[in-house]
Design a protein around this ligand. Structure first.
Ligand code: DUC
Ligand code: ZN
Ligand code: ZN
Ligand code: ZN
Length: 467
């Protein structure tokens, strides 16, 4: 199977040039001017940009919650990522109830996602049930192709929560085997103090969610995790950085040479906390995620961080939690499951509110949405690059498109879109996954299930620095 993409303007993380791209047997085999070869399919990309397929460092297509009851929309909704220009998701595999991580990975790959994946998928392990066996599993996960793991420094007293003892033990082991540790950084005691105080006053509306998750609690946990990671020589990725205070901790640590990488998310870049002020619980609960949405100034600072590479990656943190689960108990902010959908809107949010507003360049966009996430996960240059030998994963991007985001035009797999009503400029017009057209005219083609597991190599983004 040969596919030729002609006349497009290629954008990479460092460059912009007009060229044709030939994909043969799933891989890019030629890049050059006026390629004329016999082909099964020719796509004319005149007037369009050709970007590497997106790599989403952060999705939870299946339940994050380990209570066995809360579910996200599931792997059969992963097509929303493809429609939005993401050809590889990196999904979090938590402990299945009663299972260790390796068995949970096997269950995810061979049962839960079987026959359902639309994009390709790499994986992060996510320890939600620490036992001493967890430490033995770390090298096994790396060897299997999962060189990243997330730990929750919040959610005390659930099994998700990792105290300093567990954090340090995991970091030591991970540092020895080339695993990059990821942390959800919020100080659990700060949260408890603030949340209990609000609840005692009877303040239970969704807006108290952001009022009780202060930036200093996030910054404190980030700085503690970095100190531990430094001491154990373990590469660290701080996921979903939301605020100035936390970003500055990462910025200073990077300046001093710490192996720390920051990730933020589209919702922290374009939405602010006042979304949760809506008096209607069923509206306000949609924006409850952790860390919480912040202020306009935080958004501005996060864009600046991306430009300075103080924060390196934008992942969606897609958590497609249906409304009935967002509001399934008392009207109490503490009962709302945390997380927002967004896997389909990462590229258009970065383009509309980043490139179009002059906040980032097109090259920076490619870097933070495809190239650096692929490097972090050890799947570069197979993914995240337009290069000879890379997978034929391409986004043919129409910069002329103008629209308004609605859940109908920009589906999430559930009933709402947290960017509803916002302007959108540009869109993924055509998307190729390993040479196969999976999105055309902005619409998902509903191909028979197509995604594959992509194993990652150890050390990820820290590899160059560790040498
Ligand atoms: N952390 C995430 O990464 N996603 C959703 C909720 C959370 O706490
Ligand atoms: Zn988290
Ligand atoms: Zn602030
Ligand atoms: Zn997440």
């Amino acid at each position: 199977m040969k596919t030729l993409v002609k006349n497009g303007t290629i954008i990479t993380s460092t460059n912009e040039f007009k060229a044709d791209i030939l994909i043969e047997n799933e891989k890019i085999s030629m890049i050059g001017n006026d390629l004329s070869v016999g082909c099964d399919k020719v796509i004319d990309a005149e007037g369009k940009y050709v970007l590497p397929g997106g790599v989403d460092n952060h999705s939870h297509f299946e339940a994050l919650n380990t209570d066995g009851v809360t579910t996200n929309a599931g792997y059969d909704t992963t097509w929303v990522a493809l429609k939005g220009g993401t050809t590889t998701i990196v999904d979090f595999c938590t402990n299945e109830p009663g299972m260790n991580l390796m068995d949970s990975v096997d269950y995810r790959l061979n049962v839960r996602s079987k026959g359902k994946l639309a994009p390709d998928m790499a994986m992060h392990a996510c320890c939600t049930d620490y036992t001493e066996e967890t430490l033995d599993e770390i090298p096994k996960l790396v060897e299997f192709g999962i060189p990243t793991m997330k730990l929750f420094l919040a959610y005390k007293p659930t099994p998700l929560y990792m105290d300093d003892y567990k954090l340090l033990k995991c970091l030591k082991k991970a540092g020895e085997c080339g695993m990059t540790m990821m942390v959800h950084a919020e100080n659990p005691d700060v949260l408890d103090v603030e949340r209990n105080a609000m609840a005692e006053k009877g303040c239970l509306a969704p807006k108290y969610h952001y009022m009780t998750r202060p930036p200093y609690g996030e910054a404190e946990a980030v700085s503690r995790a970095i100190r531990f990671a430094d001491a154990t020589d373990c590469p660290l990725c701080v996921v979903h950085v939301s605020c100035i205070e936390a970003a500055q901790v990462i910025q200073e640590a990077r300046a001093k040479g710490s192996l720390v990488i920051g990730e933020t998310c589209p919702h922290y870049l374009v939405l602010d906390k006042h979304k949760m002020d809506d008096p209607d619980f069923d509206q306000a609960c949609r924006w409850v995620c952790s860390p919480a949405l912040r202020d306009k100034e935080d958004q501005e600072y996060l864009w600046k961080c991306l430009n300075h590479d103080w924060i390196s990656i934008v992942g969606s943190d897609n958590s497609s939690i249906p409304l009935y689960q967002k509001h399934w108990g008392e009207e109490d902010f503490r009962a709302i499951p945390n997380g927002c959908p967004g896997a389909g809107d990462r590229l258009n949010a970065l383009w509309t509110y980043g490139v179009e507003k002059g906040k980032i360049t097109k090259q920076k966009l490619v870097d933070i949405y495809a190239t650096l996430p692929a490097k972090l996960n050890g799947i570069f240059p197979q993914k995240g690059a337009i290069d000879i030998g890379s997978d034929g994963d391409l986004v043919i991007f129409d910069p002329e498109y103008k629209g308004t985001i609605t859940v109908e035009s920009n589906p999430t797999g559930i009933e709402y879109n947290v960017f509803e009503g916002m302007e959108q400029i540009g869109r993924a017009d055509t998307v190729l996954l390993r040479g196969e057209v999976v999105v055309e005219n902005g619409e998902y083609l509903d191909k028979p299930v197509f995604g594959r597991f992509v194993p990652g190599k150890p050390y990820g983004l820290a590899y160059e620095l560790k040498k």
